[in-house]
Design a binder for this molecule. Structure first.
Ligand SMILES: [Zn+2]
Length: 1007
């Protein structure tokens, strides 16, 4: 905030006397606000105003999805049949609207919430309540003990409550060693679905019918589940069986007019609880509904995912004959099938032939309407082995289609692909006992409870799973191949060193160890790593010899294709264009993957190859022995010929035995159709299950006594936590609605408060530490004092004078040193992400101070160099008129000069505030043209002219990420960097994208 004329508060921190003596005129005092820790940047010196920057990006090509323009809603879907009181209205009527029910007071409620959510052990709570330890007397009086407290909590029905759980017993046992009947816990599925539909917290997040959205060009957009084809088709179509075998016909016949589809989503994942107290496991099944938005489903704090059942853990047989083990496995499967039959009861077909879907029901929804709902199992999220088990198919094949295993590594055209799995057919084949036919389709014989689901295409249940297929699947494979490739070409050490030199970026910290040093990589780590993998690989493979060039380029292109395919997978919203780009990336990967084929050879092939090598070596030795009388040169020639023979034969042998026929590489082929059917992929990643495990299973287990029936203790623990969290979420939602209804008149734009201007500013200087204490910087001289290096001080002085000179301000060095100045450690930049949502970036520039026990941080920034003029292209090709610079210092300067805008009454002179950044300059190599194989842009240190500059902070656009060509440990000066355009989706979309054909033309010209 700038001080306004007339309202200025004078400060006393400067000592005017000294300055007066030097200057002979009164000093310009600066207001205290000049040194505020947070300073909104109001920089008239910036080159383009932020409005102009927006114009630039508008004219730029982008592979972002443009905002939907038209939406077609399914006629008469999700119609209300009646209006009823909403949950809060009901509560109001029944006088149950007490926010602290069943507790007597707010204090009591807060105490109960705290000890429950923090998992305070029972004995500690007892001690707190029974002995006086500073608690409010009222709390101790009404809550007598832990037991009493728990009883009260159990009366809260905000979650589904205890009554929703059932403990059932199967009339089966595991085997003779485990003679007890099998017991399992489960909940009523319909009750769970109804509960989600009714919660006020989800009012904004619920949809009741499908839509089709189109962008301005009339292209279909896919994001949430209800924008996909599946939901639309489900409203219209139903599957009917015709008596001819091998055929299911879709017949147009809509659901009854106005009915609501409730897509049920299951997630299951067996998990280890502990290895210490005996091998304890849990096998939870979670459920949620597709009516709830992906955002609400994915955030565990929204509680949209409910624990539906805890399946019994099958017994394992070790050290028994294979025959017995297989029989036990078969029996285990039938037990699980029986349990699932109970769990999914409401979705299975009952006797009535008319029934098209699961058992339909009427229910209250959060918006106060009553709807007639059809629950349909739409998705089952699980990892690959669980799917194989569930669908009863052989391991190593695709669960979506009948592609044979030996063709898994190919990418055929869409029309040449194999038909989807038809479980109706499998059921019929099994009923007729046609085991050979089933085997031919890689299906195990045996019944399947899924066959009895109504209105469900079973082959559609699995969803693309980014965690298992990409992160710890394909991307991990790619890393493994790259490691072997780099080792083979003796570039591994360089790769590791560059890897360790990758700078931090916003939320991403510096890599701490090389890939091979980590024994186990988890999904999140691999996700982070793909953000800089391509740049590091490019730098490690630069300057190849003529012989290496072709292989290096293929390796780079293959890496780029897979990384970019994964980036497209992470889009929250797709249209036909982005789907085509995604498919292109996948095809490019398949076209170039052969460079890694030799690393796909299995252990068997590798062992055989070693054997063959030994044989060949023996032959060579025999020949050498036979020629031992010949000259040394002749013998050397024999030796050389053999060397070449052995190496070629080994390479051929290994490549012949290697293939890419494994399931994960094939599953990627189906991603496109899955997006079109069920919406964007991130919502289907099993990563969501991880947090559910933690909050619904593991926390409960850890606070149980870990013996006996720990399942029931886990359930109780979660129910109590859930009651509090759900009440909180619902209260917050209700108070929002209340507030909105209380102030229906919109606040006029440009209100009287000065707040909004500050809030809406794009840039903000922040200084957490520097403005305090004795070392506080007050003038330019003090700012120079924070720099220890003499040469750097000189350069900063000169650069500042150059900057002022460029603004027509000529002042002497002495005068500059006396100018009021403030130093900052960070910069907050408001940007928008690729979907146009506002995002905030915090850039660090810590001067010489360390950052979290590491070295000083000098982040890379994007700086706008040129602005768009009519009919002119922006310079620097892919960089679109922007360049990455490194921030060395951030500061603010108050300068007096005759043409300044600001009038200072007390000093009787004119002055101007400058928001400045001292930066290290770069310039684009090859004019900003991306390199051929990696499609990355290289920037270099300027060889002529200045290498540093002081720039107006208003030109800073946001964070950049650059990967150095020389690793830090090499100690040689780094002269080149690769601009990492893959660091995040926004960077990739906003700054780098070029017309593919334009790029192709340039690549052709190069050849
Ligand atoms: Zn397939």
């Amino acid at each position: 905030m700038q001080p306004k004329p007339g309202s200025e508060r004078t400060s006393s921190f400067t000592s005017p006397g000294v300055y007066n003596a030097l200057q002979g005129e009164p000093l310009t005092p600066a207001a205290d606000s000049f040194f505020d820790n947070h300073n909104a940047v109001d920089d008239p010196n910036a080159l383009p105003s932020s409005a102009e920057i927006e114009n630039i990006s508008e004219s730029q090509v982008s592979n972002t999805v443009t905002a939907p323009m038209t939406t077609e809603t399914f006629p008469a879907a999700g119609m209300a049949v009646a209006y009823a009181a909403t949950l809060d209205e009901q509560m109001m009527q029944e006088g149950l609207n007490d926010p602290y029910y069943p507790f007597g007071s707010e204090e009591e409620y807060n105490f109960a919430e705290l000890v429950t959510l923090k998992g305070i052990p029972a004995n500690v709570i007892d001690t707190m309540l029974k002995s006086n330890c500073g608690l409010d007397k009222g709390i101790c009086a009404s809550l007598k003990s832990n037991y009493h407290l728990r009883q009260k909590i159990d009366r809260m029905e905000d979650g589904l409550g205890h009554r929703s759980w059932k403990k059932s017993t199967l009339p089966m046992t595991w085997n003779e060693q485990h003679p007890d009947r099998i017991v399992f816990w489960h909940r009523d599925l319909t009750a769970c679905a109804k509960w989600i539909l009714r919660q006020p917290a989800y009012r904004e997040h619920l949809v009741y019918g499908p839509v089709r959205s189109f962008n301005t060009e009339g292209k279909r957009i896919y994001d949430e589940m209800h924008t996909g084809d599946w939901w639309w088709d489900t409203q219209v179509l139903r599957h009917i069986q015709v008596p001819r075998p091998q055929l299911t016909v879709r017949v147009k016949s809509s659901l009854p007019v106005g009915d609501t589809v409730v897509p049920i989503i299951f997630m299951s994942d067996a998990t280890h609880l502990t290895n210490f107290c005996g091998d304890k496991k849990a096998w939870p099944v979670y459920m949620t509904i597709g009516n709830l938005s992906a955002k609400a489903r994915m955030q565990h704090t929204m509680h949209g995912v409910l624990l539906l059942a805890l399946l019994p853990i099958p017994v394992k047989m070790r050290e028994v004959p294979a025959k017995i083990r297989n029989a036990q496995r078969e029996h285990n499967r039938s037990v699980v099938q029986n349990v699932l039959k109970h769990v999914m009861q409401d979705l299975l077909a009952s006797g009535s032939k008319e029934q098209r879907h699961g058992q339909d029901f009427y229910t209250f929804c959060a918006d106060g309407q009553v709807r007639h709902c059809h629950p349909i199992l739409a998705a089952w999220m699980a990892d690959y082995p669980e799917h194989c088990n569930l669908h009863n198919i052989k391991s190593g094949v695709c669960y979506w289609c009948e592609c044979p295993q030996k063709e898994m590594g190919d990418m055929p055209r869409v029309e040449d692909r194999y038909p989807p799995r038809d479980h109706t057919l499998y059921r019929r084949l099994w009923e007729h006992g046609d085991v050979t036919e089933l085997k031919g389709r890689s299906v195990n014989s045996g019944g399947n409870v899924l066959w009895y689901l109504k209105g469900v295409t079973i082959g559609d249940l699995p969803k693309p799973d980014l965690l298992h297929t990409m992160q710890i699947g394909m991307l991990k494979h790619l890393l493994g191949w790259l490691q072997c490739f780099l080792k083979q070409h003796k570039r591994l050490e360089l790769f590791n060193n560059i890897w360790l030199s990758v700078p931090a970026y916003l939320d991403m910290s510096r890599p701490k160890c090389a890939y091979e040093e980590v024994s186990q990589w988890n999904g999140g780590e691999i996700k982070t790593m793909t953000r800089y993998l391509l740049g590091v690989t490019r730098n490690a493979l630069r300057n190849p010899t003529a012989g290496e060039r072709a292989a290096f380029e293929s390796a780079l292109e293959c890496t780029r294709a897979l990384v970019e395919f994964y980036m497209y997978c992470q889009y929250n919203s797709h249209d036909e264009d982005t789907l085509n780009l995604m498919e292109d990336a996948l095809r490019h990967f398949h076209d170039t993957k052969d460079v890694f084929l030799q690393f796909r050879a299995g252990k068997r092939i590798a062992a055989e190859a070693r054997e063959r090598r030994t044989e060949l070596c023996k032959e060579r030795d025999a020949e050498m022995k036979a020629n031992f009388m010949k000259s040394a040169a002749y013998r050397q020639r024999i030796q050389d010929t053999w060397k070449v023979t052995i190496e070629t034969e080994m390479a051929e042998y290994i490549e012949e035995g290697a293939d890419f026929n494994f399931p994960k590489i094939h599953l990627m082929l189906h991603f496109r159709e899955q997006i079109q059917q069920f919406g964007s992929m991130r919502q289907w990643s099993t990563e969501i299950g991880e947090s559910s495990h933690k909050y619904q299973i593991k926390d409960g287990f850890n606070s149980s006594n870990k013996t006996g029936d720990y399942y029931s203790q886990m359930i109780n623990f979660y129910l109590r936590c859930d009651a509090f969290s759900v009440r909180r979420a619902n209260r917050e939602a209700l108070s929002k609605v209340k507030k909105a209804s209380e102030s229906p008149v919109a606040v006029p734009v440009g209100g009287t408060t000065s707040g909004p201007a500050e809030r809406n500013c794009r840039l903000k200087f922040i200084s957490p530490q520097l403005q305090k204490g004795r070392q506080r910087v007050r003038d330019f001289q003090g700012l120079l004092g924070t720099i220890t290096n003499e040469a750097t001080r000189e350069r900063l002085k000169n650069a500042t004078l150059r900057f002022l000179g460029s603004r027509g301000i000529r002042i002497e060095l002495e005068e500059l040193q006396r100018c009021t100045a403030a130093i900052y450690h960070g910069l907050e930049v408001k940007t928008s992400n690729m979907h146009g949502e506002e995002a905030s970036q915090r850039l660090r520039c810590t001067g010489e101070k360390g950052w979290y026990s590491g070295g000083a941080r000098h982040d890379w920034i994007w700086v706008q160099i040129a602005k768009k003029r009519d009919g002119q292209d922006l310079p620097y090709k892919a960089l679109q008129g922007r360049l990455p610079y490194r921030m060395l210092n951030l500061f603010k300067l108050l300068v007096k000069h005759p043409r300044a805008r600001e009038w200072c009454t007390s000093g009787d002179s004119l002055r101007e505030t400058f928001w400045l950044a001292y930066v290290e300059l770069t310039k684009p190599a090859n004019g900003g043209m991306p390199e051929k194989a990696s499609r990355l842009v290289r920037v270099v240190k300027p060889t002529t002219g200045a290498v540093d500059a002081v720039i107006s902070a208003g030109n800073i656009l946001g964070a950049a990420h650059l990967i150095p060509e020389e690793p830090d440990c090499s100690r040689s000066e780094n002269k080149g960097w690769i601009v990492n355009s893959h660091i995040d989706l926004a960077t990739w979309n906003d700054i780098y994208y070029m017309y593919e054909d334009e790029l192709e033309a340039i690549v052709r010209n190069e050849k």
